[in-house]
Design a protein around this ligand. Sequence first.
Ligand code: PMP
Length: 424
Amino acid sequence: MSINFATATFRDFENIPDYNMTQRAEHFYEFLEYLKSNGHVNYRLKNNSSCNSVMNVDIDNTSKDYVSFVSNDYLGFTQHPKVKQAAVEGIMKYGTGAGASPLIGGHFSYHDDLEKKIASFFGRKDGEAVIFTTGYTANSATLQILLQKEDIAIVDMAVHTSVREGCVFTNSKTFPHNNLEALEQILIKSQDKFRTKLVIIDGVYSQDGDISPLKEIYDLVKKYDAYLMVDDAHGVGILGETGRGALEDAGLMDKVDFITGTFSKTFGSVGGYVICDEKIATFIKFQSRQQIFSATAPPSIMGITKAIELVDEEPMWRMKLWENINYFKKGLNDIGLDTGTTSSAIVPVKIGDQSLTGNIGKILLEKGIYANAIMYPAVSRKDSRIRMAVMATHERKHLDKTLNAFEDINNKLHIAKKFNNNHA
Ligand code: PMP
């Protein structure tokens, strides 16, 4: 099992053979050693400060401040005094935990308030929202309880992994990213074969930051008598005239069957939600195993209720975010870097080679910039990239420092040239 680090490549560690549990763990441990021996960091770094645009991080036992692009706290609400105050008030009034699952005594007035608040945020009635302790479970638990072996989930290949986990008790088919023809073919073939057909897409995709062709997909879904679920974890608070997300832009907020999302990004905390028909919401609340057997979120979620209000009360954060996104993206493109099809706060710099991507991540850290190098299996190998999440709280000097770093890197490693060659 021992791999020669002098000659090893990423590929040597990718295909874990038919090992048992401890062998697989050892194999992975070796991979981390290999990264270290090559001067890469493993990205499970220890952060010592808030998740704001500047983060204090430990690398090789040394703490330093880095301009950070790793946080999805897009509007900076984790640090907003009113959000913090509401979270603290929740703790002071109710304590630090809820003590039980919702069905056996763990449903409190602050859960009820948040459920009503997120429903009305999307223009829905009381009772049309279910909240979860993570965005991950909002997807996985909802799908697990709604779809059975007579049904089918039809999913875009770039959806979040929580959707895939939701499909373990049902049939599922994947269509190539945003490919309407392929989706239609699956819908046609599924027509009389399955009891319920549920198409699942993201509003904004988490790796490329691109937006779904929502209107076209909605029309197809309805043509074939299917249901539509849209996970807009990365669109809410950012897109739409009033920050309701990709569905607001597409004019579909009151039409799609299921909206799912998270409280861990724009809303500055942790948790997730599903917006749907009241009877289905009630069914999920009473039947989902995660709702029955897992404790509810703590009283600090009162901060989320305030954060939702702030989207309307302080739209300047969304304006500032867009100013930053446009400035940063233009700066990267002016260097000649490929930011793909993003139309959101997720800005990838496409590199295309795993080892080079790892190397660029390392150089950025050396230059005081903390951004994630994303590689296989999160994306395909040739799609390796540096993924950056822009925030409203980034200052111009943070963005300029990062653009200068990329310019330097490009002068040495010619990543823009590689991009042009790739697209020739
Ligand atoms: N959906 C999407 C599209 C996501 O990107 C994420 C998290 N990265 C989730 C769901 C899960 O959300 P959470 O972190 O709240 O569990």
